[in-house]
Design a protein around this ligand. Structure first.
Ligand code: SAH
Ligand code: SF4
Ligand code: F3S
Length: 476
C-alpha cells in the first residue's frame, strides 16, 4: 500500500538542483465546491514560515468553499501544520494526534491532516503510518498547492489516505490564494528554503534549496497590502541576507529593502538575518529608510569558535563581533536579539563560557535560547556527545539569567517615555488591557479608550519588565 504514496526521503532532500520553475496558481473547477457545508481548523506550530503557510492552506480551503470552524472539535477537517526543529515541537504533535484519535472515534467523517516540516521527515512519516492510523492526509512543505487534489481524492473515495511529500524543493508559484489571519500586519515570503546546512538543523531538508521570489512580485504584494490598510509587513526567509543570490539578476537584499521601503508602508521588518551574508550595503539600506524598523535579529548560536565550526555556521566569533560593531556604529538605537543553542555535542565548559561572553559583549535586548536537540538525518546527530542532560539544563538556566539581566537593563530606558505601538488587540487574559509592539519590537501592554486592532497609538510607559513594557495610551 505504501507504494502508492509519495513519501519523504531525507537523502534526496539533501540534493540541490539548478532549475526552479515559476508558475501562476490555477485550480481545477471540479475542486471548487468540495467544501460546501464543511468546515476546517488549522493548528500551527513553528516559525513564521509555517504561519504564512497556514494562511495559504486557509486560502485554498476558503477557495473551495470550506468555512473556518469556530469550534475546533466540530471541524470536518483538522490540519496540524507541524515544526520539526526540536524534539519538543514534535512531541506536541504526537500528543495532539492522540487526542484527535478519540475525537475521530465519535466522528468518523473527521479528516485529520499533517503537513509542515514533520511531514518531510521519513522516520516521522513511517511512525505515523505504522502507529497513527487516524491520520488521513499528509502533505509536505512543497505540496501545499496539491491540497485541493488530495482532498478530492479522499472525498471521491479514490483513496483512503492521501499522501504527497516531495523531497525535491517545490517550484515558485505565485498568486496562490491566501486568507491572512491578521488585518494589520502581514507575513511576506521573500524566499524559501535554506542552503546553509548548519549541522544541527533540519530546515534545509524540510524546506529545500534557497529560492527567491522576484522583486516585482514581492513589491506588488506589499503594495496590495498597503492599499488594503496593512500597517506592517515582515519579510520572511531563513536567511534574508542571501535573498536574490540564486536569481543571478544582479540584485540582493539591499535592493529589495529599498524597493519595499519605497511602497511607503508604515513598518517593515525582516526575519531572519544570517551573519555571514549581512553586508555594508544592507546596513546602509536599513539606516537610510525610516520605515524599516529599528530591530535586528542576528542569531549567533554559540560564542565558541570550535563549536561554531562544528555547527558549520560559516563565521568566527571575531567576525560576528565585527559585524555587530559595524551594525551598532551605523544603527546605534536599534534593538538586537539572537538565538543561542547550549549543549551542542561535546560543548565544553570553556565553550559555554565563550557563549556567556558574547552575551556580555552584545548585551542583547532578548535571546531565544534552546538546548540542542538531536535531529535524525543531520550531521550533528552522528557526533559524539558526552555531556549530561543535567549539565545542559544548568547551562541553559545560567544563560537565561544573563539574558534576563540584559533584557531588563535595555528596557529601563523606556521608563516614562512615550513609544509608538501598533495595536494587536485586547489581551486574552484581560480584555481591558491591549497589547502591541513598538518599532523596535518590544511587547507593550497598555490601557486606554477607543483602541482598535491595527491602530498606531502613543503609549506612556509606566512600568518596565524584563520582556515587556506596561503603560497607558496618551493622546498624540
Ligand atoms: N534560519 C534561522 C533559524 C531557523 S530555526 C537562522 O539561521 O537563524 C530557529 C532557531 O532554532 C535557530 O536559530 C536555532 O537556534 C534553533 N535550532 C535549530 N535547530 C536546532 C536543534 N537541532 N536543536 C536546538 N535548537 C535548534
Ligand atoms: Fe537552519 Fe542554519 Fe539554515 Fe538557519 S541557517 S535554517 S539554523 S541551516
Ligand atoms: Fe520549524 Fe520548519 Fe520553521 S522546522 S522552525 S516550521 S522551517
Amino acid at each position: 500500500m505504501k507504494k502508492d504514496y509519495i513519501l519523504p526521503d531525507l537523502n534526496k532532500a539533501r540534493n540541490r538542483r539548478n532549475e526552479i520553475n515559476r508558475e501562476t496558481f490555477n485550480i481545477e473547477d471540479k475542486y471548487l465546491d468540495l467544501g460546501k457545508n464543511k468546515t476546517y481548523f488549522i493548528e500551527t506550530h513553528g516559525c513564521q514560515a509555517n504561519q504564512r503557510d497556514s494562511e495559504t492552506i486557509a486560502g485554498l480551503l476558503d477557495n473551495m468553499g470550506f468555512l473556518n470552524a469556530n469550534d475546533e472539535n466540530k471541524a470536518n477537517i483538522y490540519i496540524i501544520n507541524t515544526c520539526a526543529v526540536r524534539e519538543g515541537a514534535e512531541d506536541k504533535v504526537f500528543g495532539k494526534l492522540g487526542s484527535l484519535k478519540r475525537l475521530k472515534k465519535e466522528r468518523k467523517d473527521l479528516i485529520i491532516g499533517i503537513c509542515g516540516c514533520m511531514a518531510q521527515e521519513e522516520k516521522t512519516i513511517e511512525r505515523i503510518l505504522e502507529k497513527y492510523h487516524q491520520v488521513d492526509l499528509i502533505f509536505g512543505t512543497h505540496n501545499i498547492t496539491s491540497l485541493p487534489k488530495l482532498l478530492y481524492d479522499i472525498y471521491s473515495q479514490k483513496t483512503k489516505k492521501a499522501i504527497e511529500v516531495y523531497s525535491k524543493e517545490g517550484d515558485i508559484i505565485e498568486e496562490v490564494p491566501v486568507t491572512r489571519f491578521m488585518s494589520h500586519k502581514a507575513w511576506v515570503n521573500i524566499m524559501y528554503g535554506c542552503d546553509k546546512f548548519c549541522t544541527y538543523c533540519i530546515v534545509p531538508y524540510t524546506r529545500g534549496k534557497e529560492r527567491s521570489r522576484l522583486i516585482e512580485d514581492i513589491v506588488k504584494e506589499v503594495n496590495e497590502l498597503k492599499e488594503s490598510g496593512y500597517q506592517e509587513v515582515c519579510l520572511l526567509g531563513q536567511n534574508v541576507n542571501s535573498y536574490g543570490k540564486d536569481l543571478k539578476l544582479g540584485y540582493g537584499f539591499d535592493t529589495l529593502l529599498k524597493e519595499v521601503a519605497k511602497t511607503g508602508i508604515n513598518r517593515i521588518r525582516f526575519m531572519t538575518s544570517h551573519p555571514r551574508d549581512f553586508n555594508e550595503d544592507m546596513i546602509d539600506a536599513i539606516r537610510d529608510n525610516p520605515n524599516i524598523c529599528p530591530y535586528i535579529h542576528l542569531p549567533v548560536q554559540s560564542g565558541s569558535n570550535d563549536i561554531l565550526k562544528k555547527m558549520n555556521r560559516k563565521y568566527t566569533i571575531e567576525e560576528y563581533k565585527d559585524l555587530f560593531d559595524r551594525l551598532k556604529a551605523k544603527l546605534p538605537n536599534f534593538a538586537y536579539t539572537t538565538d543561542i543553542i547550549v549543549g551542542f555535542p561535546n560543548e565544553s565548559d570553556e565553550d559555554f563560557k565563550a557563549t556567556l561572553d558574547i552575551v556580555d559583549y552584545c548585551k542583547y535586548d532578548n535571546c531565544f535560547t534552546f538546548i540542542y536537540s538531536k535531529r535524525s538525518g543531520t550531521p550533528a546527530a552522528n557526533m559524539e556527545d558526552d555531556i549530561e542532560r543535567k549539565v545542559k539544563e544548568e547551562r541553559l538556566q545560567e544563560l537565561n539569567k544573563k539574558v534576563t539581566y540584559y533584557a531588563n537593563l535595555n528596557n529601563q530606558k523606556y521608563k516614562d517615555q512615550i513609544v509608538e505601538v501598533l495595536v494587536d488587540g485586547p489581551s486574552k487574559k484581560n480584555s481591558s488591557v491591549y497589547s502591541g509592539y513598538t518599532l523596535d519590537n518590544k511587547l507593550v501592554n497598555f490601557t486606554g479608550d477607543n483602541i482598535k486592532t491595527g491602530d498606531l497609538v502613543k503609549v506612556l510607559i509606566k512600568e518596565v519588565m524584563s520582556f515587556s513594557l506596561n503603560g497607558v495610551k496618551v493622546d498624540s
